[in-house]
Design a protein. Structure first.
Length: 54
């Protein structure tokens, strides 16, 4: 009985770890997309003066 509980707990723990790593990866991708869009913004605005106004 105890071994079965321990097995379930280890499976649950590995699933939690897996979902957390997926969340971290998604957050990193989202941060990268945000950085890319922020980097593209001055080009879209056209000039450094427009960047200073913001």
């Amino acid at each position: 009985m105890m071994d079965r509980t321990r097995t379930y707990l280890s499976i649950l723990l590995s699933m939690v770890k897996f979902s957390m790593s997926l969340k971290v990866a998604a957050t990193m991708v989202r941060a990268e997309a945000t950085i890319n869009s922020l980097a593209a913004m001055p080009r879209a605005l056209g000039s450094p003066a427009a960047l200073k106004r913001i």
